[in-house]
Design a protein around this ligand. Structure first.
Ligand code: ASP
Ligand code: CP
Length: 315
């Protein structure tokens, strides 16, 4: 595997192997050795043409823990903001010898476009492209779910997940639907009809407009941010209405089953899709998602750039 552009690049065995590699790396980094020599001498470029906190920082931390050299590059402060094309930017990075480019971009398909350039010899990792996909987020979400609810199994057979909110603009939802169902989970999407994409009927999910009817039936409630920056129209009457029907507050959370967990990819808009007390509650694994993100991104870099058996990690 050279690139990670979409979850559809992976079969179940490959996805499970990334999760297993992340578990193994977590075990190692919980111990005495924090930094592994695996990617010494390799260069990883973080090309962020759209804002990010978690993804950018955790790819940087992951690359550094594997001893790679990291170049951070964001649109603001670069010649992208002078109108230079993505292609010319990529050519510049290639000329500097990048072994991998981690790209976030507001255009769906931007990562694929980079990978398709015939002179692009490094790996391309999609860190979120428009409303299309965010595969490393889905992998860290699956990893987090497996840790809490996997009952020792390597896949997610039988786990029931509700993904709630702005599905229409969410690359996290798209990647998660693909990955969670690939791993055997059952997914229900809960959203107002205006925030569901055209063609959603053909996705391998069930759909509900009634959060209260779904909440007691699932093991995972994954809340999504309302992505105002991608909305040119009015998709719901007002914030209060939205929170009332599709927000997660403590009253609604009290209907969840005993072991069920609350997730959110972040950034959260507290008070809109999730209340502050829910976000900070014992059921919330939102902060843990962020820490798991580092191990999962180490695993992605490891699998794409080092390959080979995992035993090599410690040598
Ligand atoms: N951080 C995630 C993304 O970039 C989710 C979000 O922004 O709401 O897709
Ligand atoms: N979850 C996520 O992608 O967060 P950032 O946008 O902060 O990277």
């Amino acid at each position: 595997m050279k690139h990670l552009l979409s979850i559809s690049d992976l079969n179940a065995m490959q996805a499970i192997s990334i999760l297993d590699t992340a578990s193994e790396l977590a075990r190692i980094s919980d111990g005495q050795v924090k930094k592994l020599p695996t990617l010494r001498g390799r260069t990883i470029v973080n090309l962020f043409a759209e804002d990010s906190t978690r993804t950018r920082i955790s790819f940087e931390a992951a690359a550094k823990r594997l001893s790679a050299d990291v170049i951070n590059f964001s649109a603001k402060g670069s010649s992208l903001s002078k109108g230079e094309s993505l292609k010319d930017t990529a050519q510049t990075l290639q000329a500097m010898g990048a072994d991998a480019v981690v790209i976030r971009h507001s255009a769906s398909g931007a990562a694929q476009r980079l990978a398709d350039l015939e002179w692009m010899s490094g790996s391309v990792i999609n860190a979120g492209d428009g409303t299309h996909e965010h595969p490393s987020q889905a992998l860290l979400d699956a990893y987090t779910i497996r840790k809490h609810l996997g009952k020792g199994s390597r896949d997610l057979q039988g786990v029931r997940v509700a993904i709630v909110g702005d599905i229409l603009h969410s690359r996290v939802a798209r990647s998660n639907v693909l990955l969670l169902t690939l791993l055997g989970a059952q997914v229900v999407l809960v959203a107002p009809p205006t925030l569901l994409p055209v063609g959603v009927e053909s996705w391998p999910v069930t759909i509900s407009y009634d959060f209260d009817a779904v909440i007691a039936q699932v093991d995972v409630v994954m809340m999504l941010r309302v992505q105002q920056e991608r909305m040119s129209d009015l998709f719901f009457p007002n914030s209060r209405e939205y929170s009332r029907y599709f927000g997660l507050n403590s009253e609604r959370m009290s209907k969840m089953s005993a072991q069920a967990i609350v997730m959110h990819p972040g950034p959260m808009i507290r008070g809109l899709e999730i209340s502050a007390d829910v976000a900070d509650s014992a059921r919330s694994v939102i902060v843990e998602q962020v820490s798991n993100g580092v191990n999962v991104r180490m695993a992605i870099l490891y699998v794409l750039l080092a390959g080979g058996p995992l035993e090599m990690v410690t040598n």
